[in-house]
Design a protein around this ligand. Structure first.
Ligand SMILES: NC(=O)c1ccc[n+]([C@@H]2O[C@H](COP(=O)([O-])OP(=O)(O)OC[C@H]3O[C@@H](n4cnc5c(N)ncnc54)[C@H](OP(=O)(O)O)[C@@H]3O)[C@@H](O)[C@H]2O)c1
Ligand SMILES: Cc1cc2nc3c(=O)[nH]c(=O)nc-3n(C[C@H](O)[C@H](O)[C@H](O)COP(=O)(O)O)c2cc1C
Length: 512
Protein backbone atom coordinates (compact mmCIF):
# COMPACT_ATOMS: atom_id res chain seq x y z
CA UNK A 1 0.00 0.00 0.00
CA UNK A 2 1.43 3.45 -0.93
CA UNK A 3 2.72 5.39 2.06
CA UNK A 4 0.24 8.30 1.78
CA UNK A 5 -2.64 5.81 1.74
CA UNK A 6 -1.28 3.99 4.75
CA UNK A 7 -1.14 7.29 6.63
CA UNK A 8 -4.70 8.01 5.66
CA UNK A 9 -5.96 4.63 6.73
CA UNK A 10 -4.13 5.01 10.02
CA UNK A 11 -5.73 8.43 10.58
CA UNK A 12 -9.14 7.04 9.74
CA UNK A 13 -8.59 4.13 12.10
CA UNK A 14 -7.56 6.47 14.90
CA UNK A 15 -10.58 8.64 14.29
CA UNK A 16 -12.86 5.63 14.35
CA UNK A 17 -11.29 4.34 17.56
CA UNK A 18 -11.82 7.74 19.19
CA UNK A 19 -15.43 7.78 18.00
CA UNK A 20 -15.94 4.24 19.21
CA UNK A 21 -14.72 5.21 22.69
CA UNK A 22 -17.06 8.21 22.79
CA UNK A 23 -19.92 6.04 21.56
CA UNK A 24 -19.15 3.39 24.16
CA UNK A 25 -19.18 5.99 26.95
CA UNK A 26 -22.44 7.32 25.55
CA UNK A 27 -23.89 3.83 25.39
CA UNK A 28 -22.87 3.19 29.00
CA UNK A 29 -24.61 6.37 30.13
CA UNK A 30 -27.67 5.33 28.12
CA UNK A 31 -27.78 1.94 29.81
CA UNK A 32 -27.42 3.55 33.24
CA UNK A 33 -30.25 5.96 32.51
CA UNK A 34 -32.51 3.08 31.62
CA UNK A 35 -31.49 1.10 34.65
CA UNK A 36 -32.29 4.11 36.85
CA UNK A 37 -35.86 4.50 35.63
CA UNK A 38 -36.74 1.29 37.38
CA UNK A 39 -36.59 -0.93 34.31
CA UNK A 40 -40.38 -1.25 34.23
CA UNK A 41 -40.28 -3.24 30.99
CA UNK A 42 -42.34 -0.73 29.00
CA UNK A 43 -41.12 -2.06 25.68
CA UNK A 44 -42.28 -5.54 26.64
CA UNK A 45 -45.67 -4.25 27.78
CA UNK A 46 -46.17 -2.32 24.55
CA UNK A 47 -44.98 -5.00 22.21
CA UNK A 48 -46.00 -8.17 24.02
CA UNK A 49 -49.43 -8.57 22.42
CA UNK A 50 -48.36 -7.92 18.86
CA UNK A 51 -49.83 -10.48 16.50
CA UNK A 52 -47.08 -11.28 14.01
CA UNK A 53 -49.68 -11.96 11.33
CA UNK A 54 -50.85 -8.37 11.19
CA UNK A 55 -49.19 -6.03 8.75
CA UNK A 56 -48.24 -2.54 9.92
CA UNK A 57 -51.31 -0.36 10.12
CA UNK A 58 -49.81 2.86 8.76
CA UNK A 59 -48.08 4.04 5.61
CA UNK A 60 -44.32 4.33 5.80
CA UNK A 61 -41.39 5.53 3.74
CA UNK A 62 -37.77 4.53 4.13
CA UNK A 63 -35.36 7.08 2.62
CA UNK A 64 -31.70 6.19 2.80
CA UNK A 65 -28.23 6.84 1.46
CA UNK A 66 -25.71 4.02 1.21
CA UNK A 67 -22.61 3.22 -0.76
CA UNK A 68 -21.34 -0.10 -2.12
CA UNK A 69 -17.71 -0.94 -2.88
CA UNK A 70 -14.88 -1.36 -0.41
CA UNK A 71 -16.11 -1.12 3.17
CA UNK A 72 -14.50 -0.42 6.49
CA UNK A 73 -13.71 -3.72 8.23
CA UNK A 74 -15.56 -5.81 5.64
CA UNK A 75 -14.02 -5.81 2.15
CA UNK A 76 -15.78 -5.15 -1.15
CA UNK A 77 -19.60 -5.42 -1.09
CA UNK A 78 -22.31 -5.06 -3.71
CA UNK A 79 -24.87 -3.71 -1.30
CA UNK A 80 -24.01 -1.01 1.25
CA UNK A 81 -24.57 -1.52 4.98
CA UNK A 82 -27.33 1.07 5.29
CA UNK A 83 -29.04 -0.35 2.20
CA UNK A 84 -29.21 -3.73 3.94
CA UNK A 85 -30.85 -2.24 7.04
CA UNK A 86 -33.21 -0.09 4.93
CA UNK A 87 -34.34 -3.23 3.11
CA UNK A 88 -34.95 -5.05 6.38
CA UNK A 89 -37.16 -2.19 7.59
CA UNK A 90 -39.16 -1.85 4.39
CA UNK A 91 -39.67 -5.59 4.09
CA UNK A 92 -41.00 -5.92 7.64
CA UNK A 93 -43.43 -3.01 7.63
CA UNK A 94 -44.24 -2.85 3.93
CA UNK A 95 -42.72 0.62 3.57
CA UNK A 96 -42.08 2.41 0.29
CA UNK A 97 -38.41 3.08 -0.39
CA UNK A 98 -36.53 6.07 -1.75
CA UNK A 99 -32.79 5.75 -2.23
CA UNK A 100 -30.88 9.01 -1.94
CA UNK A 101 -28.53 8.22 -4.80
CA UNK A 102 -25.95 10.70 -6.14
CA UNK A 103 -26.74 12.02 -9.60
CA UNK A 104 -23.17 11.42 -10.72
CA UNK A 105 -20.68 8.64 -10.02
CA UNK A 106 -18.92 10.68 -7.35
CA UNK A 107 -18.06 8.06 -4.70
CA UNK A 108 -15.12 5.78 -5.59
CA UNK A 109 -15.39 2.11 -4.75
CA UNK A 110 -11.97 2.15 -3.08
CA UNK A 111 -12.24 3.00 0.59
CA UNK A 112 -9.22 5.31 0.82
CA UNK A 113 -10.21 7.24 -2.30
CA UNK A 114 -13.71 7.56 -0.95
CA UNK A 115 -12.53 8.98 2.36
CA UNK A 116 -10.66 11.71 0.47
CA UNK A 117 -13.72 12.63 -1.59
CA UNK A 118 -15.89 12.60 1.52
CA UNK A 119 -13.47 14.74 3.45
CA UNK A 120 -13.20 17.26 0.64
CA UNK A 121 -17.01 17.45 0.38
CA UNK A 122 -17.16 18.13 4.06
CA UNK A 123 -14.48 20.81 4.03
CA UNK A 124 -16.15 22.56 1.07
CA UNK A 125 -19.66 22.32 2.53
CA UNK A 126 -20.69 20.53 -0.69
CA UNK A 127 -24.32 19.79 -1.52
CA UNK A 128 -24.12 16.79 -3.87
CA UNK A 129 -27.24 16.39 -5.95
CA UNK A 130 -29.32 13.21 -5.78
CA UNK A 131 -31.25 11.55 -8.58
CA UNK A 132 -34.98 10.84 -8.82
CA UNK A 133 -38.06 12.43 -7.33
CA UNK A 134 -38.82 12.18 -3.63
CA UNK A 135 -42.33 10.74 -3.08
CA UNK A 136 -45.02 13.00 -1.65
CA UNK A 137 -44.02 13.00 2.03
CA UNK A 138 -47.48 14.07 3.18
CA UNK A 139 -48.74 10.58 2.22
CA UNK A 140 -46.76 8.92 5.03
CA UNK A 141 -47.49 8.38 8.72
CA UNK A 142 -43.78 8.09 9.47
CA UNK A 143 -40.59 8.49 7.48
CA UNK A 144 -37.55 6.41 8.35
CA UNK A 145 -34.33 8.11 7.24
CA UNK A 146 -31.05 6.23 7.25
CA UNK A 147 -27.45 7.02 6.51
CA UNK A 148 -23.91 5.92 7.30
CA UNK A 149 -21.89 8.11 9.64
CA UNK A 150 -19.10 9.91 7.83
CA UNK A 151 -16.61 11.86 9.87
CA UNK A 152 -18.92 11.86 12.86
CA UNK A 153 -21.69 13.43 10.79
CA UNK A 154 -24.03 12.84 7.84
CA UNK A 155 -22.52 12.51 4.38
CA UNK A 156 -23.08 15.90 2.73
CA UNK A 157 -25.67 14.48 0.31
CA UNK A 158 -27.94 14.00 3.34
CA UNK A 159 -27.82 17.77 3.93
CA UNK A 160 -28.95 18.26 0.32
CA UNK A 161 -31.86 15.89 0.97
CA UNK A 162 -32.89 17.53 4.25
CA UNK A 163 -32.62 21.07 2.89
CA UNK A 164 -34.67 20.12 -0.19
CA UNK A 165 -37.52 18.50 1.71
CA UNK A 166 -39.58 20.19 4.36
CA UNK A 167 -39.98 17.83 7.29
CA UNK A 168 -41.66 20.31 9.65
CA UNK A 169 -44.54 18.60 11.42
CA UNK A 170 -43.52 15.20 10.06
CA UNK A 171 -42.78 12.13 12.15
CA UNK A 172 -39.27 11.06 11.32
CA UNK A 173 -37.27 8.17 12.73
CA UNK A 174 -33.56 8.29 12.04
CA UNK A 175 -31.30 5.28 11.77
CA UNK A 176 -27.66 4.75 10.96
CA UNK A 177 -24.97 2.25 10.22
CA UNK A 178 -21.57 3.09 11.61
CA UNK A 179 -18.28 1.79 12.94
CA UNK A 180 -18.73 2.96 16.49
CA UNK A 181 -20.43 6.36 16.41
CA UNK A 182 -24.02 5.14 16.84
CA UNK A 183 -26.50 7.76 15.68
CA UNK A 184 -23.81 10.39 16.05
CA UNK A 185 -25.16 13.94 15.73
CA UNK A 186 -28.08 13.05 13.41
CA UNK A 187 -30.79 14.08 15.85
CA UNK A 188 -29.34 17.54 16.56
CA UNK A 189 -28.54 18.06 12.87
CA UNK A 190 -32.14 17.41 11.87
CA UNK A 191 -33.53 19.62 14.63
CA UNK A 192 -31.30 22.47 13.43
CA UNK A 193 -32.58 22.20 9.85
CA UNK A 194 -36.24 21.47 10.70
CA UNK A 195 -36.98 22.56 14.28
CA UNK A 196 -40.64 21.58 13.77
CA UNK A 197 -39.82 17.99 12.85
CA UNK A 198 -40.93 15.29 15.29
CA UNK A 199 -37.65 13.32 15.39
CA UNK A 200 -37.31 9.94 17.03
CA UNK A 201 -34.04 8.08 17.40
CA UNK A 202 -34.12 4.71 15.71
CA UNK A 203 -31.71 1.86 15.40
CA UNK A 204 -27.94 2.25 14.99
CA UNK A 205 -26.35 -0.85 13.48
CA UNK A 206 -22.64 -1.54 13.28
CA UNK A 207 -22.07 -1.64 9.53
CA UNK A 208 -19.87 -4.72 9.61
CA UNK A 209 -22.62 -6.62 11.51
CA UNK A 210 -25.12 -5.86 8.76
CA UNK A 211 -22.75 -7.61 6.31
CA UNK A 212 -21.40 -10.40 8.51
CA UNK A 213 -24.39 -11.40 10.64
CA UNK A 214 -27.51 -10.22 8.80
CA UNK A 215 -29.87 -12.68 10.51
CA UNK A 216 -28.99 -11.34 13.96
CA UNK A 217 -29.35 -7.76 12.74
CA UNK A 218 -32.69 -8.59 11.12
CA UNK A 219 -34.00 -9.95 14.44
CA UNK A 220 -32.78 -6.78 16.18
CA UNK A 221 -34.42 -4.56 13.55
CA UNK A 222 -37.72 -6.41 13.81
CA UNK A 223 -37.76 -6.28 17.59
CA UNK A 224 -37.18 -2.54 17.41
CA UNK A 225 -39.91 -2.04 14.79
CA UNK A 226 -42.43 -3.99 16.86
CA UNK A 227 -42.20 -1.15 19.36
CA UNK A 228 -42.21 1.68 16.83
CA UNK A 229 -44.88 0.68 14.35
CA UNK A 230 -48.50 0.07 15.38
CA UNK A 231 -50.01 -3.16 14.12
CA UNK A 232 -53.36 -3.09 15.87
CA UNK A 233 -56.41 -1.92 13.93
CA UNK A 234 -59.62 -0.62 15.43
CA UNK A 235 -62.30 -3.32 15.35
CA UNK A 236 -65.31 -1.99 13.41
CA UNK A 237 -68.14 -0.55 15.56
CA UNK A 238 -71.70 -0.08 14.24
CA UNK A 239 -73.40 3.25 14.84
CA UNK A 240 -77.13 2.51 15.07
CA UNK A 241 -78.04 6.22 15.27
CA UNK A 242 -76.57 6.85 11.86
CA UNK A 243 -76.97 3.30 10.54
CA UNK A 244 -73.32 3.22 9.49
CA UNK A 245 -69.95 1.70 10.31
CA UNK A 246 -66.64 3.53 10.03
CA UNK A 247 -64.43 1.48 7.72
CA UNK A 248 -60.67 1.15 8.16
CA UNK A 249 -60.41 3.29 5.01
CA UNK A 250 -61.96 6.18 6.94
CA UNK A 251 -65.26 6.15 5.02
CA UNK A 252 -68.67 5.56 6.58
CA UNK A 253 -70.58 2.60 5.14
CA UNK A 254 -74.32 2.09 5.66
CA UNK A 255 -74.90 -1.19 7.51
CA UNK A 256 -78.10 -2.10 5.65
CA UNK A 257 -78.29 -2.25 1.87
CA UNK A 258 -80.07 -3.73 -1.11
CA UNK A 259 -78.66 -6.78 -2.88
CA UNK A 260 -79.18 -7.30 -6.60
CA UNK A 261 -77.97 -10.84 -7.29
CA UNK A 262 -80.05 -12.67 -9.93
CA UNK A 263 -81.95 -9.51 -10.91
CA UNK A 264 -82.23 -8.47 -14.55
CA UNK A 265 -81.23 -4.95 -15.56
CA UNK A 266 -84.86 -3.91 -15.46
CA UNK A 267 -85.51 -5.51 -12.06
CA UNK A 268 -82.27 -4.06 -10.66
CA UNK A 269 -83.22 -0.57 -11.83
CA UNK A 270 -86.56 -0.78 -10.04
CA UNK A 271 -85.23 -2.44 -6.89
CA UNK A 272 -82.47 0.13 -6.50
CA UNK A 273 -84.88 3.00 -7.10
CA UNK A 274 -87.44 1.64 -4.58
CA UNK A 275 -84.71 0.92 -2.05
CA UNK A 276 -83.31 4.45 -2.24
CA UNK A 277 -86.81 5.90 -1.99
CA UNK A 278 -87.47 3.79 1.12
CA UNK A 279 -84.30 4.83 2.91
CA UNK A 280 -81.58 2.34 1.85
CA UNK A 281 -78.25 4.03 1.08
CA UNK A 282 -76.10 0.98 0.30
CA UNK A 283 -76.33 -0.87 -3.00
CA UNK A 284 -74.58 -4.10 -3.87
CA UNK A 285 -74.00 -5.34 -7.40
CA UNK A 286 -71.27 -7.13 -9.35
CA UNK A 287 -70.03 -7.29 -12.91
CA UNK A 288 -71.01 -10.98 -13.09
CA UNK A 289 -74.67 -10.20 -12.21
CA UNK A 290 -74.92 -8.49 -15.59
CA UNK A 291 -77.06 -5.70 -14.13
CA UNK A 292 -74.65 -2.83 -13.43
CA UNK A 293 -76.37 -0.81 -16.15
CA UNK A 294 -79.76 -1.28 -14.50
CA UNK A 295 -78.32 -0.43 -11.09
CA UNK A 296 -76.83 2.75 -12.55
CA UNK A 297 -80.21 3.70 -14.05
CA UNK A 298 -81.98 3.14 -10.72
CA UNK A 299 -79.46 5.38 -8.98
CA UNK A 300 -79.81 8.07 -11.65
CA UNK A 301 -83.61 7.98 -11.38
CA UNK A 302 -83.43 8.55 -7.62
CA UNK A 303 -80.90 11.36 -8.09
CA UNK A 304 -83.01 12.99 -10.83
CA UNK A 305 -86.05 12.93 -8.56
CA UNK A 306 -84.08 14.58 -5.75
CA UNK A 307 -84.36 11.55 -3.45
CA UNK A 308 -80.60 11.27 -2.92
CA UNK A 309 -77.34 12.81 -4.07
CA UNK A 310 -74.41 10.75 -5.25
CA UNK A 311 -72.50 11.66 -2.10
CA UNK A 312 -75.24 10.25 0.13
CA UNK A 313 -75.17 6.76 -1.29
CA UNK A 314 -72.66 3.95 -1.11
CA UNK A 315 -72.27 1.85 -4.24
CA UNK A 316 -70.49 -1.51 -4.24
CA UNK A 317 -69.52 -3.59 -7.21
CA UNK A 318 -67.22 -6.58 -7.63
CA UNK A 319 -64.47 -7.66 -9.98
CA UNK A 320 -65.08 -11.09 -11.47
CA UNK A 321 -62.30 -13.73 -11.35
CA UNK A 322 -61.92 -13.88 -15.14
CA UNK A 323 -60.99 -10.19 -15.09
CA UNK A 324 -58.23 -10.45 -12.46
CA UNK A 325 -55.53 -10.36 -15.11
CA UNK A 326 -57.01 -7.16 -16.46
CA UNK A 327 -57.91 -5.25 -13.34
CA UNK A 328 -57.60 -1.75 -14.68
CA UNK A 329 -60.00 -2.21 -17.59
CA UNK A 330 -62.38 -4.25 -15.40
CA UNK A 331 -62.66 -1.31 -13.01
CA UNK A 332 -63.23 1.17 -15.81
CA UNK A 333 -65.80 -1.19 -17.38
CA UNK A 334 -67.83 -1.31 -14.17
CA UNK A 335 -67.70 2.48 -13.79
CA UNK A 336 -68.85 2.92 -17.38
CA UNK A 337 -71.78 0.53 -16.99
CA UNK A 338 -72.81 2.08 -13.68
CA UNK A 339 -72.44 5.57 -15.13
CA UNK A 340 -70.36 6.64 -12.12
CA UNK A 341 -67.00 8.39 -11.68
CA UNK A 342 -66.18 6.27 -8.64
CA UNK A 343 -67.53 3.39 -6.61
CA UNK A 344 -67.50 3.50 -2.82
CA UNK A 345 -66.40 -0.11 -2.56
CA UNK A 346 -64.99 -2.56 -5.04
CA UNK A 347 -64.65 -6.19 -4.05
CA UNK A 348 -62.65 -9.10 -5.45
CA UNK A 349 -65.47 -11.59 -6.02
CA UNK A 350 -63.57 -14.77 -5.06
CA UNK A 351 -60.26 -15.86 -3.67
CA UNK A 352 -58.03 -16.89 -6.56
CA UNK A 353 -54.44 -17.27 -5.32
CA UNK A 354 -53.11 -17.43 -8.89
CA UNK A 355 -53.69 -13.74 -9.54
CA UNK A 356 -55.94 -12.12 -6.92
CA UNK A 357 -53.02 -10.11 -5.50
CA UNK A 358 -52.36 -8.45 -8.86
CA UNK A 359 -56.10 -7.68 -9.21
CA UNK A 360 -56.00 -6.22 -5.70
CA UNK A 361 -53.02 -4.05 -6.68
CA UNK A 362 -55.03 -2.74 -9.63
CA UNK A 363 -57.75 -1.70 -7.18
CA UNK A 364 -55.18 -0.01 -4.94
CA UNK A 365 -54.01 1.98 -7.95
CA UNK A 366 -57.61 2.92 -8.70
CA UNK A 367 -57.93 4.19 -5.11
CA UNK A 368 -55.03 6.57 -5.73
CA UNK A 369 -56.76 7.70 -8.93
CA UNK A 370 -60.05 8.38 -7.13
CA UNK A 371 -62.00 5.64 -8.96
CA UNK A 372 -62.51 3.46 -5.88
CA UNK A 373 -62.83 4.61 -2.28
CA UNK A 374 -62.56 1.37 -0.32
CA UNK A 375 -61.44 -2.12 -1.24
CA UNK A 376 -63.03 -5.38 -0.16
CA UNK A 377 -62.84 -9.13 -0.59
CA UNK A 378 -65.50 -11.78 -1.02
CA UNK A 379 -65.50 -15.54 -0.58
CA UNK A 380 -62.33 -15.91 1.46
CA UNK A 381 -63.33 -18.61 3.94
CA UNK A 382 -60.00 -19.59 5.47
CA UNK A 383 -58.21 -17.24 7.83
CA UNK A 384 -54.83 -18.10 6.30
CA UNK A 385 -56.20 -17.22 2.86
CA UNK A 386 -57.41 -13.84 4.09
CA UNK A 387 -53.99 -13.30 5.72
CA UNK A 388 -52.23 -14.19 2.47
CA UNK A 389 -54.02 -11.38 0.68
CA UNK A 390 -53.88 -8.92 3.59
CA UNK A 391 -50.12 -9.35 3.99
CA UNK A 392 -49.47 -8.27 0.45
CA UNK A 393 -51.95 -5.40 0.60
CA UNK A 394 -50.87 -1.78 0.80
CA UNK A 395 -54.45 -0.85 1.70
CA UNK A 396 -56.16 -3.20 4.14
CA UNK A 397 -59.41 -4.79 2.93
CA UNK A 398 -62.21 -2.70 4.44
CA UNK A 399 -64.90 -5.35 3.97
CA UNK A 400 -65.14 -9.14 3.66
CA UNK A 401 -68.39 -10.26 2.01
CA UNK A 402 -69.06 -13.94 2.75
CA UNK A 403 -72.12 -16.18 2.91
CA UNK A 404 -73.47 -15.46 6.39
CA UNK A 405 -76.83 -16.17 8.02
CA UNK A 406 -78.12 -17.79 11.21
CA UNK A 407 -77.01 -21.27 10.07
CA UNK A 408 -73.54 -20.05 9.04
CA UNK A 409 -72.65 -17.14 11.27
CA UNK A 410 -68.97 -16.66 10.30
CA UNK A 411 -68.06 -15.93 13.93
CA UNK A 412 -64.45 -17.07 13.79
CA UNK A 413 -63.78 -15.23 10.56
CA UNK A 414 -65.44 -12.07 11.84
CA UNK A 415 -63.25 -12.11 14.92
CA UNK A 416 -60.16 -12.74 12.82
CA UNK A 417 -60.73 -9.91 10.36
CA UNK A 418 -61.67 -7.46 13.11
CA UNK A 419 -57.94 -7.41 13.91
CA UNK A 420 -57.46 -5.77 10.53
CA UNK A 421 -60.36 -3.38 11.13
CA UNK A 422 -62.21 -5.29 8.38
CA UNK A 423 -65.99 -5.50 8.62
CA UNK A 424 -68.03 -8.59 7.69
CA UNK A 425 -70.83 -8.21 5.13
CA UNK A 426 -73.39 -11.01 4.79
CA UNK A 427 -74.45 -12.39 1.46
CA UNK A 428 -77.42 -14.79 1.45
CA UNK A 429 -78.42 -12.98 4.66
CA UNK A 430 -81.87 -14.58 4.42
CA UNK A 431 -80.54 -17.88 3.12
CA UNK A 432 -80.69 -16.93 -0.56
CA UNK A 433 -83.36 -17.48 -3.19
CA UNK A 434 -85.05 -20.83 -2.71
CA UNK A 435 -83.81 -21.23 0.87
CA UNK A 436 -85.53 -18.38 2.68
CA UNK A 437 -88.42 -20.53 3.90
CA UNK A 438 -85.97 -22.78 5.75
CA UNK A 439 -84.88 -19.85 7.86
CA UNK A 440 -88.27 -18.11 8.02
CA UNK A 441 -89.80 -21.36 9.29
CA UNK A 442 -87.14 -21.98 11.93
CA UNK A 443 -89.09 -21.98 15.23
CA UNK A 444 -86.52 -19.84 17.05
CA UNK A 445 -86.63 -17.20 14.32
CA UNK A 446 -90.39 -17.23 13.82
CA UNK A 447 -90.92 -17.22 17.60
CA UNK A 448 -88.72 -14.17 18.14
CA UNK A 449 -90.37 -12.48 15.13
CA UNK A 450 -93.82 -13.05 16.55
CA UNK A 451 -92.94 -11.66 19.96
CA UNK A 452 -91.80 -8.38 18.31
CA UNK A 453 -94.67 -8.20 15.82
CA UNK A 454 -92.11 -8.36 13.00
CA UNK A 455 -91.63 -10.69 10.05
CA UNK A 456 -88.96 -13.43 10.10
CA UNK A 457 -87.10 -11.50 7.37
CA UNK A 458 -86.97 -8.38 9.53
CA UNK A 459 -85.91 -10.43 12.55
CA UNK A 460 -83.03 -12.00 10.66
CA UNK A 461 -81.95 -8.63 9.26
CA UNK A 462 -82.02 -7.07 12.72
CA UNK A 463 -80.00 -10.01 14.06
CA UNK A 464 -77.33 -9.43 11.38
CA UNK A 465 -77.00 -5.77 12.34
CA UNK A 466 -76.79 -6.47 16.08
CA UNK A 467 -74.29 -9.26 15.43
CA UNK A 468 -72.08 -6.76 13.59
CA UNK A 469 -72.75 -7.94 10.02
CA UNK A 470 -73.46 -5.45 7.25
CA UNK A 471 -76.62 -6.85 5.67
CA UNK A 472 -77.72 -6.66 2.02
CA UNK A 473 -80.99 -8.58 1.52
CA UNK A 474 -81.76 -9.08 -2.16
CA UNK A 475 -85.23 -8.47 -3.51
CA UNK A 476 -87.14 -7.60 -6.65
CA UNK A 477 -90.36 -7.11 -4.72
CA UNK A 478 -91.43 -3.56 -3.89
CA UNK A 479 -93.18 -4.42 -0.63
CA UNK A 480 -90.42 -6.77 0.55
CA UNK A 481 -87.90 -3.97 0.01
CA UNK A 482 -89.97 -1.57 2.12
CA UNK A 483 -90.34 -4.26 4.79
CA UNK A 484 -86.60 -5.03 4.84
CA UNK A 485 -85.81 -1.43 5.77
CA UNK A 486 -88.26 -1.34 8.71
CA UNK A 487 -85.82 -2.74 11.21
CA UNK A 488 -84.78 0.33 13.16
CA UNK A 489 -87.69 0.46 15.62
CA UNK A 490 -87.05 -2.74 17.55
CA UNK A 491 -84.13 -4.73 18.88
CA UNK A 492 -83.39 -8.26 19.96
CA UNK A 493 -82.62 -8.78 23.63
CA UNK A 494 -79.35 -10.35 24.77
CA UNK A 495 -81.25 -13.55 25.47
CA UNK A 496 -82.73 -13.54 21.94
CA UNK A 497 -79.31 -12.86 20.49
CA UNK A 498 -77.89 -15.87 22.31
CA UNK A 499 -80.77 -18.07 21.10
CA UNK A 500 -79.99 -16.90 17.57
CA UNK A 501 -76.30 -17.66 18.17
CA UNK A 502 -77.25 -21.21 19.15
CA UNK A 503 -78.68 -21.76 15.63
CA UNK A 504 -75.14 -21.98 14.25
CA UNK A 505 -74.70 -25.19 12.22
CA UNK A 506 -71.72 -24.25 10.10
CA UNK A 507 -74.01 -25.01 7.16
CA UNK A 508 -73.84 -23.08 3.92
CA UNK A 509 -76.65 -22.95 1.34
CA UNK A 510 -74.34 -22.26 -1.61
CA UNK A 511 -71.71 -24.71 -2.77
CA UNK A 512 -69.08 -22.18 -3.88
N1 LIG B 1 -70.27 -12.10 -3.01
C1 LIG B 1 -70.98 -13.11 -3.42
O1 LIG B 1 -70.45 -14.12 -3.88
C2 LIG B 1 -72.47 -13.02 -3.33
C3 LIG B 1 -73.23 -14.16 -3.52
C4 LIG B 1 -74.61 -14.05 -3.42
C5 LIG B 1 -75.17 -12.84 -3.13
N2 LIG B 1 -74.41 -11.71 -2.98
C6 LIG B 1 -75.01 -10.41 -2.67
O2 LIG B 1 -75.78 -10.54 -1.48
C7 LIG B 1 -77.10 -10.13 -1.74
C8 LIG B 1 -78.05 -10.89 -0.88
O3 LIG B 1 -78.09 -12.25 -1.24
P1 LIG B 1 -79.27 -12.87 -2.08
O4 LIG B 1 -80.07 -11.79 -2.67
O5 LIG B 1 -78.69 -13.83 -3.01
O6 LIG B 1 -80.05 -13.69 -1.00
P2 LIG B 1 -80.95 -13.22 0.26
O7 LIG B 1 -80.93 -11.77 0.43
O8 LIG B 1 -80.55 -14.08 1.40
O9 LIG B 1 -82.36 -13.72 -0.18
C9 LIG B 1 -83.02 -13.19 -1.27
C10 LIG B 1 -84.39 -13.83 -1.27
O10 LIG B 1 -85.11 -13.30 -0.17
C11 LIG B 1 -86.40 -12.90 -0.60
N3 LIG B 1 -86.81 -11.79 0.26
C12 LIG B 1 -86.19 -10.61 0.48
N4 LIG B 1 -86.89 -9.88 1.38
C13 LIG B 1 -87.96 -10.61 1.73
C14 LIG B 1 -89.01 -10.40 2.61
N5 LIG B 1 -89.11 -9.28 3.33
N6 LIG B 1 -89.95 -11.37 2.75
C15 LIG B 1 -89.86 -12.52 2.05
N7 LIG B 1 -88.86 -12.77 1.18
C16 LIG B 1 -87.91 -11.83 1.04
C17 LIG B 1 -86.22 -12.51 -2.03
O11 LIG B 1 -87.40 -12.64 -2.75
P3 LIG B 1 -88.17 -11.40 -3.46
O12 LIG B 1 -87.30 -10.97 -4.60
O13 LIG B 1 -89.45 -11.99 -3.85
O14 LIG B 1 -88.28 -10.35 -2.40
C18 LIG B 1 -85.20 -13.54 -2.50
O15 LIG B 1 -85.84 -14.71 -2.89
C19 LIG B 1 -77.27 -10.42 -3.21
O16 LIG B 1 -78.40 -9.80 -3.76
C20 LIG B 1 -75.97 -9.93 -3.75
O17 LIG B 1 -75.96 -8.52 -3.86
C21 LIG B 1 -73.07 -11.81 -3.06
C1 LIG C 1 -15.73 8.59 4.66
C2 LIG C 1 -16.11 7.73 5.80
C3 LIG C 1 -16.13 8.23 7.06
C4 LIG C 1 -16.56 7.46 8.13
N1 LIG C 1 -16.63 8.00 9.36
C5 LIG C 1 -17.14 7.28 10.38
C6 LIG C 1 -17.32 7.85 11.65
O1 LIG C 1 -17.01 9.00 11.89
N2 LIG C 1 -17.86 7.09 12.62
C7 LIG C 1 -18.22 5.81 12.41
O2 LIG C 1 -18.71 5.16 13.32
N3 LIG C 1 -18.08 5.25 11.20
C8 LIG C 1 -17.56 5.94 10.19
N4 LIG C 1 -17.43 5.39 8.96
C9 LIG C 1 -17.88 4.00 8.74
C10 LIG C 1 -19.28 3.96 8.12
O3 LIG C 1 -20.17 4.76 8.83
C11 LIG C 1 -19.83 2.56 8.12
O4 LIG C 1 -18.95 1.68 7.51
C12 LIG C 1 -21.19 2.50 7.47
O5 LIG C 1 -21.83 1.32 7.84
C13 LIG C 1 -21.14 2.58 5.97
O6 LIG C 1 -22.44 2.53 5.46
P1 LIG C 1 -22.83 2.27 3.94
O7 LIG C 1 -22.29 0.91 3.57
O8 LIG C 1 -24.31 2.25 3.94
O9 LIG C 1 -22.29 3.37 3.13
C14 LIG C 1 -16.97 6.13 7.90
C15 LIG C 1 -16.91 5.62 6.63
C16 LIG C 1 -16.49 6.39 5.58
C17 LIG C 1 -16.48 5.82 4.20
Amino acid sequence: MPLHQRGFVLKTALLLVAIAIIAAIGAGAFLLMHHDDGGNGKAEDDGGDVDPVLPASGKYLVAFFSRDGEQYDVGVVDKGNTAIVAEMISEYIGADVFEIKPKDDRYPRTYTELTEVAKAERENGARPEYAGTVPDLSAYDRIFIGSPVWWGDWPMIMYTFFEDNDLSGKKVTIFSTHAGSGLSTFHENLKKIHPGCDVADGIAVRGSDAQKSPEAVKAQVREWLDDVVPRGYQAPVFNFEKGTVKLNSGYDMPILGIGTYALSNEQAENSVYWALRDGFRLIDTARIYGNETGVGKGIQRAIDEGIVTRGEIFVTTKMWTADYGNGESAIQGSLNRLGLDYVDLMILHHSQPRNDVSAYKAMEKAVSEGKIRSIGLSNYYETYDFDRLARSAGIMPAVLQNETHPYHQSGEMKEHIAKYGTVLESWFPLGGRGNTQTLFGDPTISGIAESHGKSPAQTIIRWHLQAGNVCIPGSSNESHIAEDYEVWDFSLTDEEMSRMRALERDERFADY
